[in-house]
Design a protein around this ligand. Structure first.
Ligand code: SF4
Length: 132
C-alpha cells in the first residue's frame, strides 16, 4: 500500500518495550540495525512515537506518487511500497526499483491479474466480487 503500512497498519512491541514500525523492522534490529525502532513504551508516549522522525521519514518516502520510477509507472495505482525491505536490501527507503525484487514481483503479479481479467470475463467477475 502507499503510503506503506509501517506505523499506520502495524506497530510491534518487543519483549524489552522497544517499539518498531513493523515485524521486519524488529527482525532487522535482531541483526544489529535499529533503524526502525521509534522508541520504547517505558519512556515514550504514543504521540511521541507517531511524531518521531524515525517514523515520519520512511513513511514520507513510501509515497509511490512522488518517488523515482514509481511516479512514472503505469502500475502505480495498484502497487505500493516497502521501505523496510528496501532499506534492508539497498540501505535506502525508496530503493532502486530496477534492482528491486519487490518491484519485479509486484510487476509480474499485477500484470498477471490484469491479463487474467482481460482474457476471462468470469475471472474478472470473481475478482470484482472479492473487492466489493
Ligand atoms: S511496479 Fe515497481 S516501479 Fe511500478 S509502482 Fe510498483 S514498485 Fe514502483
Amino acid at each position: 500500500m502507499t503510503p506503506a503500512g509501517i506505523g499506520i497498519g502495524v506497530m510491534v512491541y518487543n519483549y524489552n518495550g522497544e517499539v518498531y514500525l513493523s515485524d521486519e523492522g524488529r527482525m532487522l534490529a535482531e541483526m544489529g540495525d535499529k533503524k526502525f525502532c521509534v522508541g520504547n513504551v517505558h519512556t515514550d508516549s504514543y504521540k511521541n512515537l507517531l511524531l518521531s522522525d524515525k517514523f515520519l521519514d520512511p513513511l514520507e518516502y513510501s509515497m509511490t506518487t512522488s518517488v523515482p520510477m514509481c511516479s512514472e509507472c503505469s502500475l502505480e495505482p495498484y502497487c505500493g511500497s516497502d521501505p523496510v525491505f528496501h532499506y534492508a536490501t539497498q540501505k535506502d527507503f525508496v530503493g532502486i526499483k530496477a534492482m528491486s525484487p519487490f518491484c519485479s514481483r509486484n510487476t509480474q503479479i499485477i500484470r498477471k491479474i490484469i491479463l487474467m481479467m482481460e482474457n476471462d470475463k468470469e475471472i474478472k467477475k470473481i475478482f470484482y466480487n472479492w473487492i466489493n
